[in-house]
Structure formats: C-alpha cells, structure tokens
Design a protein around this ligand. Sequence first.
Ligand SMILES: *Cc1c(COP(=O)(O)O)cnc(C)c1O
Length: 482
Amino acid sequence: MANIKFFSGEQVPLEMHKVKIVQKLDLLPVEHRLEAMTEAGNNTFLLNNKDVYLDMLTDSGVNAMSDRQQGAMFIADDSYAGSETFNRLKNQLKEIFGMDFFLPTHQGRAAENILARTFVTPGSIVPMNYHFTTTKSHITLNGGTIEELVIDEGLKVTSEHPFKGNMDIEKLSELIETHGADKIPFVRMEAGTNLIGGQPFSLENLKAIRAVCDKHSLLLVLDASLLADNLYFIKQREAACRHMSIREITLELASLCDIIYFSARKLGCARGGGICIKEEQVYNRMRELIPLFEGFLTYGGMSVKEMEAITVGLDETMDEDMISQGPLFISYMVDELSKRGIPVVTPAGGLGCHINAMEFLSHIPQKEYPAGALAAALYIAGGIRGMERGTLSEQRNPDGSERFSDMELLRLAVPRRVFTLSQIKYAIDRITWLYENRKLVEGLVFTEEPATLRFFLGRLEPVSPWQEKLVKQFRKDFGNSL
Ligand SMILES: *Cc1c(COP(=O)(O)O)cnc(C)c1O
C-alpha cells in the first residue's frame, strides 16, 4: 500500500496489488440482517458467514494469499519426515530472524503450550507487556502467573504515544528485585499488542528490556504473531530506524531475543505456527514435545501446502508495500471516524479499528454490555461483523458478579489484502449513521450463559424492542437501499 496525495490534497491509501481471485459476497436487506442477528443470539460469533457482508471479526487465518503463495503450494513436498518443504520454511526463517533452530507447530497457541510446558512451573511469574488470551491460559494452566508491565499510556483509550505497547522498564526491574530472577522463566514481549488495540513497541524499548534480561540472565521471548504491523510502525515512527529496511529492522529486533514464536494465521498470511530458537540447548529442551503434541519435527501438525504458503508469505512480509496495507487502512478509518467525532482508540494501531463503545453508547450501563450491543447494532446497520472486546469477553467473578472490563471496545479487524477502500468507506458510513442514531441502541441481556468462554457461545436478547426501531429508522434514512 502506498499513502499517496491526490490532486485534491487528500491523502489516500492506494493498493499495491490487484485482485485475481474473488469470493462473491451478499448484502442482505436490513430486515433479514435483524432476523439473522436474532437467530445468532445477538452474538457475532454465531452468525453464518453467508449472512455477513464485511467480515471484520478477526485477522486470523483469513488474510488474502498472493499468486506466489498459491503457486508455491503446488510444489509442496509431502513426506512425513525430512521434507524439502520444511527445509524451505526453516531456511526462510533463518534468513529473516537469523536463528539456527526451528520447531513447527500447528498454530500460535500450540507454540505457547510447548513454551509453557517447558519453562513454567508452579509459582513461576512471567512478565510481559500485555497478555493475550491463549498465552495467559497456558501459563496459568502450568501453575504460573503473569504480570502485565505495559507503560501507563498503553491503557489509555486515546493517546498520542507512538508506542503504547512498550514495557515499563522500571516496573520490570522492580518485579525482578521483589521476586528474584529464579521465579521468572522468561520475559515475554508481544509485537503489535493485540488486546490493547494492536499497539506496537519500539526497537529502543526492546533493547532496554534486553539489557535488563542480560543483567539477570533471563530469556527474552517474542510473540511475533502481529510482528508485520509492528515492523511497519517502527519504520514509520522511530526516528533511528527511518533509514533501515524492514529486513534490517527485523534482524536487529530478532538479535535481541532468545526465542521468537508466532501464529502463521497472521504472520505469513496462511495457517500454522512455530518457534524459532537461538541456542541449541534451549531447542533441545522443547524438541521432544513437538512429536508428542503436534506431529513429527518436520511438519508439526501443519499441512505442507500451508507451510509453503507461509515460507513465501514471510518473504512478502519483508516488503513495506505489503505490511503497510493493514495499518494504512486502519489509520484511514480511525482518522475519518475521529473527524466525525466518533470515539476510537488512538493512535491507530495494527490489526483493526477499535471503537470505544463506553463513550459511543455512554447511556448503556456496563452490565448491559455496550460493546456487545454495538456489535449487534453494526451488523444490523450494515451487515458488518465485528468482535466484542469488553465485559462480555470477561469471565464472572467466583461469587457470580460481573467483572467489568477496563475498556468496552468493538474491534473491527482489517485482514491483510482482503478489503478495498470502498468497502472501508462503506463501513465508515454505516458506523457514522449508527452514531447519529446511537440513542436508539440499548443494551443486551443473557438468555444462555456458558460458564467458560461465554463470548464464543453465549446467547443474548435486547432489553427492549430497540432493534426494530433501528430497522425502521434505517428504512426512513436509506429508502429501498441495502
Ligand atoms: C492469534 C494470536 C495468538 C494465538 O495464535 P493462534 O494461531 O490463534 O493459536 C498468540 N498471540 C497473539 C499476539 C495472537 O494475536
């Protein structure tokens, strides 16, 4: 993607690829969207994809592949052991990260399972900039706890800070002093910090963390699932890196880490995952778990076709035109929505555009799930599927009371190379319409509430017939239009 200037003076993100294969989409009439949302129990996870126009649920496993990736899938070497496909992937990773050892896994959380089983024991403390859902689960499953040490600015919804994903170095040093380095199996940094809005860390911050790790002989682990966005932001926002290529930044960043793991559902635009390791003895500690949980050492539960696609996808990630697409579309969305006074997380990060539902629907109490209500309303307003990232995604306290989340966000993911600018403009338009009519939107209440991970399978209903009113208003404003 190139950010170019139009004759009118407007800055516009311009696609540096063309469409070669398409999937037909339907945009159902608003009355049918209401029906589909009701059938899905007002939970966007339970919608059928055929009823969705813009699927902005996630960026996981839904990024568009290139012609080179598709072509590479034909030359996959399908052998159980010692396949050439594995060697190609391993060599690509070595070229990009400079690490000698690689263990394949079937996706990102599988890498987390291997890491947690190897290093985490009861009483372990794992410092990190911020947690990701599956990371935290694997660490706690093995008896450890996590400590989130993201800088204070990272938890502010709106900010000007270019690197809200940075770790607070003083807090890290204090934590090590308080508990002792023996309790800490590794320090974890997450690129493009997912749950705080796809926010990056800086190379400078990672260097400072490395220095602390060296002082206490600690391993530094990088979760590189969202590295592509983070690399782009380092190049754009960090003065010292402006003249470095993406490859140079990647190599320098990787040289600071002992282990780099990733979900290839995001990094590499295919489906899979893996762990890159600097030292042989660290590799040997993990190696035996791969055949046990994943598959033989040369495929780790992945299809060889996907592995070929990852190899090429990783190479393409070193191209600024490729990795800028997500961030530039997201930044366009964030700017346009901000201009209209619509509350969004700033600065624009990677992964998606995050709408602040707490402010958008400030009249809805948190116990009636404002972010969940906004997700349902936006699907009705435009056939757009987002993901609730608020109280609904939390688990209740042991006494049954609600645990209110710090932020109530509606995440609208922008999978890589998938949407066009007119589709992004459409999303902006329908969000704007919804904002004008926000007083019509009211809360939701559970009708079926699973005890664990309720956001995946839970069903809800509106507290009043507000959705019918929304449909009526839509017809009034848009006439017969979809
Ligand atoms: C998606 C993700 C994971 C888990 O990867 P899966 O392939 O979905 O298992 C881990 N960490 C981060 C930061 C992620 O975004």
